[in-house]
Design a protein around this ligand. Structure first.
Ligand code: NAG
Length: 208
């Protein structure tokens, strides 16, 4: 009897929490804070739940010698509403994913091959950094600044997962040096000197 009651309450609880099984994004609609509207279930097929975009290396011929290939709602509409997403990180030798945060998600990184030095900085300004090798995982708590740097003479590959289909991304150096915030204000707020700020704005495409 107790068992039956327990089962019954489990069913009640889960149906209450999960009103529908999934909500494959209708990308033609608008993106709201709670995600995209759902594609009608009659139009959802097996293919919607599969994404092959992480199967190929990203192009690392760029300033950071690294590439991030996301599988967020916009690329992989099936994760809309499901509190999960993923991305592929390719790091060429010397590559770096610069200091950044995901305001809306915790990240779990899994090293498929290569060597990656990864770290994050806590709210109390403590640094947690490790060099990871194949098979290692490392977690980056939600909202904290973190980075990944190649520690290999060969390409490194990692898969990262997030507990949100829309993790968000803010890159520290881009926020500081890749926009039109006047150099005088950047200098005031960072304590960097004018030459350093102008140099980084030049490299990263900022103005002012
Ligand atoms: C990679 O990006 C570089 C720079 O944008 C470009 O010249 C090159 O053709 C790209 N390579 C591939 C394989 O797409």
């Amino acid at each position: 009897m107790l068992h039956i009651l327990f089962l019954f309450s489990l069913i009640l609880t889960s149906t209450h929490v999960l009103a529908q099984d999934f909500c494959v994004a209708n990308l033609d609609g608008v993106l709201t804070p709670s995600g995209y509207a759902c594609k009608p279930e009659s139009k959802v097929a097996s293919d919607d739940f599969v994404f092959s975009g992480l199967g190929m290396p990203g192009n690392t011929s760029n300033i950071i010698l690294a590439a991030v290939s996301p599988a967020f709602s916009a690329q992989y509409p099936a994760v809309n509403g499901l509190s999960i997403s993923a991305a592929r990180l390719d790091l060429a030798p010397g590559g770096v994913i610069p200091m950044h945060t995901h305001p809306a998600a915790t990240e779990l990184l899994y090293v498929v091959h290569g060597r990656i030095t990864a770290g994050f900085i806590s709210s109390s300004n403590a640094v947690y950094v490790k060099t990871l090798t194949r098979g290692d995982i490392m977690v980056f708590p939600q909202g904290l600044l973190h980075f990944q740097i190649s520690s290999s003479k060969r390409p490194s590959l990692a898969i990262v997962t997030f507990n949100s289909p829309l993790p968000g991304l803010q890159i520290l150096d881009f926020a500081l040096f890749a926009n039109d915030l006047p150099s005088s204000l950047v200098e005031k707020t960072t304590f960097l000197d004018d030459a350093q700020v102008k140099k980084l704005k030049g490299v990263l495409g900022g103005t002012g």
